[in-house]
Design a binder for this molecule. Structure first.
Ligand code: ADP
Length: 855
């Protein structure tokens, strides 16, 4: 047995091997140690290998999913080795034969389909990367729903694209990217072959041409297919035809921006506190997954955004329709995932029942929505997917009982009347059971033992049971009963007529089970034949759910429909931060709405004011409004008119993140550098206290230079929050920069933060007042006050730390000067006739060049 184990283990070296033994999956050697520690189960030993006991642990089959989930979550991959023959078959081959086993599947984070292992409200992406030339091909598959995307990205955009998908597993040819939370594995280059991938995609999906995909994308698809085949051991999971995803169709948002804006997860990692959580009013798992995808990838094409908004608007304006739609959707099963399980052969009768009920509801939805007046175009586009499933629904309705079980092994899922032969078998079984019940009464009468019972268990089958004190009568040789078992209080017997009826019941039962299994197979095949239309129906239902949920949220919060213009403006009246507003409401406080107006003329707002004054909140709420609007949602504002945003950036000064123990000033600068390199005039940038992570002088200098660069070079719409009061002097020089502050007042010695954004610079920083608010001891506050007075008198005398900055040449000027000097050196070098120089002259020339460089 150990030899077999070791051979299987060698096939799956990078996995923990679940080795099936009876009702357990056993793990041995290192695997056992790792699993025992991770699962907190007992580590035991068994036999010997190379003179040492073999560590072992095991998990019972019935609870295996829960254990698997924990191992996968902890980052492990698990290979499942099942018995591929029965012990009886093995015995036939020879008395000492070990039951044949084979790895039937490798379970990895990105290839799960089990309901228990997946979050119903989140997609589960497996991503394959194939660097080819200047591009990286990217294939993404969610095998739980069959969604399959292909694209290619430039290396600079890879990070943003991965952040959009947030995959749970990444495979790649060659070097792997770092992506927190994903299982990573390197795969052989040969698997990422675009030519064979093209052929296979054509075969599998019946494509005539694959023009919408480039070579890198096809290579990634090849790697994906090869990997899925390997982990599925030749059975490919559910994959729908690949859809091309163009990164220019989405707002680019890099990973740190997503994290800092808490789009789909809060900084701690969970959903609570995220934008998604604050917006999500969907009622189905598929709807929640689609909303998360929408928020992760806001659109950049106006007509597509407007199409989504038209549907939301229609539902927002019709509360009867919206309530009916949401109630109907709520009762709907998760069609996509039921289908996913059926495709990989892990689906059962219940999944077919889910398809039946879901598709039937879809048709009812269709019938009601189809007669709707002034239907938006998106609705008309979705409706056809909801019908046309009648034949399958009829078949499943006739074939299945109303609520079929998850597990097929006990039978009982095929409805009466579907198959006359099956009905006959069942009635034979039923007659047998009735006969057995009658026998009980008969035996009681004939023996005079009122406590006699006929029972059934898996070991003895049907048997007669009497209390021990009555056993003697039945033990008699001529009693007609045969003794089977004596337990503490009871004794068990068999009897010929009981045996005969029991055989009848068992036989009919076995035949019925086999008949049901055959029907199940046919029904699954019939469903799989229609997998693409079913998946399309699931998609359409999810889109309806998202739209209805967004409409519901809009009504609930008094949100408004954003409008779009072609100019790069950003006009928001009465904007609010959905997450902060909700948190405040829970505490009984009111959120103060604020306006923003960015345009060609004033595209950069510098926001100053005391800590805790609401600067960050203001910056973020506007970034979130951009995300929501382009995702096709209403926005938390009285009115919003926006120019489309191509890229969104958010950076938060390092010290804000120090508590998380990872961000440092260095990270802040790396991220800032990325913005300065990538932001365009159509981008929207929020910079919160950039430069705070270092000393005052450095920080101010960096913040100053960054503002200038964004203003002059990137020309993006930008909100810049800072506590460097000195930066306000930039307004004198930068035309498109305007000054704003969050208002605060000192009242009877106390600081009152008004959270109102007002024009002009803050009059002072209120740092000491904030410190008092925070409860610093009065003595410390008094001391700080006197130090401040001293510092301020010093500043008045020297003009402060930003004194003289006005005289600095602007960026461009500084750079030109550097270039001019460079040119002088270049001119001198170019004018040299190297061949005619004597060694002495050459040395002189070098001295001259050096002097030039020093100028
Ligand atoms: P800053 O960035 O200026 O330090 P924050 O934006 O972090 O300030 O806001 C601090 C706190 O003030 C928030 O946690 C919130 O409770 C409150 N706050 C911020 N903006 C508003 C607002 N517009 N209305 C009401 N309360 C607000």
């Amino acid at each position: 047995m150990m030899a077999q184990y070791l051979a299987l283990k060698a096939e799956a070296e990078d996995c923990l091997l679940f080795y099936r033994m009876g009702d357990f999956f056993e793990l041995f050697f290192e695997d056992a140690k790792v699993a025992a520690a991770c699962l907190d189960i007992a580590l035991t030993a068994r036999g010997e290998h190379d003179g040492a006991p073999i560590p072992m642990c095991g998990v019972p089959i019935h609870a295996a999913e829960a254990y698997l989930a924990r191992l996968i979550k902890a980052g492990h991959r698990v290979a499942i080795a099942e018995q591929t023959e029965s012990p009886a078959e093995a015995k036939k081959r020879g008395s000492k034969s070990v039951v044949n086993r084979a790895i039937v599947r490798v379970v990895t984070a990105g290839t799960l389909t089990e309901e228990a292992l997946l979050d119903s409200r989140a997609a589960n992406w497996l991503v394959a990367l194939a660097p080819l030339g200047e591009k990286i091909g990217l294939a993404a598959a969610d095998v739980s729903t069959g969604r399959f995307e292909l694209t290619s990205v430039s290396p600079a955009n890879l990070d943003a694209e991965l952040a959009r998908l947030s995959p749970s597993e990444i495979i790649a040819a060659g070097s792997l990217p770092t992506f927190a939370g994903a299982q990573l594995s390197e795969r052989p280059h040969a698997e990422f072959d675009s030519v064979s991938a093209e052929r296979r995609l054509k075969e599998r999906f019946g494509f005539g041409t694959l023009d919408s995909f480039d070579r890198p994308a096809l290579a990634a698809a090849g790697g994906m297919l090869a990997y899925l085949e390997e982990v599925g051991r030749e059975t490919l999971p559910f994959l729908r035809p690949p859809v091309p995803v163009s990164s220019s169709a989405h707002m680019m948002i890099d990973a740190s921006t997503r994290e800092s804006l808490e789009l789909v997860a809060a900084q701690g990692g969970g959903r609570p506190g995220s934008l998604l959580q604050a917006v999500d009013r969907t009622v189905t798992g598929a709807g929640a997954r689609l909303l998360a995808a929408d928020i992760s990838a806001p659109l950049t094409h106006r007509h597509a955004i407007e199409a989504r908004l038209d549907l939301v608007a229609r539902l927002e304006g019709d509360s009867t329709l919206r309530h009916w739609l949401r109630t109907t959707l709520k009762a709907l099963p998760d069609l996509g995932r039921a289908l996913g399980r059926l495709v990989v052969g892990r689906g059962g009768p219940r999944d077919l029942g889910l398809l039946r009920d879901g598709l039937d509801e879809a048709r009812r939805l269709h019938d009601r929505l189809a007669v709707l007046g002034d239907a938006p175009p998106l609705l008309a586009e979705l409706l056809p997917a909801l019908t046309g499933h009648g034949e399958l629904v009829d078949l499943l309705s006739r074939a299945l009982v109303p609520s079929p079980p998850i597990d097929a092994s006990q039978g009982g899922y095929i409805a009466e009347g579907y198959d006359a032969a099956l009905d006959a078998l069942r009635s034979t079984g039923g007659e047998g059971r009735r006969a057995i019940a009658a026998l009980e009464a008969q035996y009681r009468a004939s023996t005079g033992i009122a406590a006699l019972k006929i029972r059934h268990n898996n070991v003895l089958g049907y048997h007669v049971e009497v209390p021990a004190r009555h056993a003697d009568a039945l033990m008699a040789a001529d009693s007609g009963f045969t003794h089977r078992q004596t337990l503490a209080g009871v004794v068990r017997f068999n009897a010929p007529d009981l045996h005969e009826q029991a055989m009848k019941v068992a036989q009919a039962g076995n035949h019925a089970l086999a008949a049901e299994a055959a029907h199940l197979e046919e029904l699954i095949a019939a469903a799989l034949d229609r997998s693409e239309p079913i998946a399309a129906a699931a998609d359409a239902l999810a889109r309806l759910d998202v739209a209805a949920g967004l409409a519901e949220r809009a009504v609930e919060g008094g949100w408004s429909r954003p409008s779009f213009t072609d100019e790069p403006c950003f006009d928001v009246e009465g904007g609010r931060h959905p997450v902060v507003e909700e948190a405040l409401r829970a505490r009984g406080e009111r959120f103060v709405a604020n306006d923003l107006s960015l345009g060609e003329q004033k595209r950069l707002w510098l926001v100053t004011g005391p800590n805790m004054g609401g600067k960050s909140t203001f910056l973020r709420q506007n970034a979130l409004i951009a995300v929501l609007a382009q995702a096709g949602a209403y926005v938390p504002a009285a009115r919003a008119k926006l120019g489309l945003v191509d890229r969104l950036f958010s950076r938060v000064g390092a010290s804000d993140n120090l508590a998380r123990g990872r961000s440092t000033f260095m990270v802040e600068m790396v991220e800032t550098a990325a913005i300065l390199a990538q932001a365009t005039p159509n981008s929207f940038v929020i910079l919160d206290e950039v430069g705070r992570g270092t000393s005052t002088y450095d920080g101010l200098a960096i913040a100053w230079a960054v503002v200038e660069w964004v203003h002059d070079r990137c020309r993006s719409r930008c909100l810049f929050a800072t506590h460097y009061h000195e930066l306000t002097r930039l307004a004198e020089r930068l035309d498109a920069l305007s000054l704003h502050h969050v208002r605060a007042r000192e009242w009877k010695g106390d600081l009152v933060l008004l959270h109102e954004v007002a024009p002009g610079p803050a009059d002072r920083s209120y740092g000491i007042a904030v410190a008092r608010l925070a409860g610093l001891p009065p003595a410390v506050l008094a001391r700080a006050k006197s130090i401040l007075a001293k510092l301020e008198s010093g500043r008045a005398a020297t003009g402060g730390i930003a004194a003289g900055l006005d005289d600095l040449p602007l960026f461009a000027a500084a750079q030109e000067e550097e270039e001019a000097q460079c040119d002088a050196i270049r001119a001198a070098v170019e004018s040299l006739d190297v061949d005619s120089l004597s060694p002495r002259e050459a040395l002189d020339t070098l001295y001259k060049l050096k002097a030039l460089a020093r100028e």
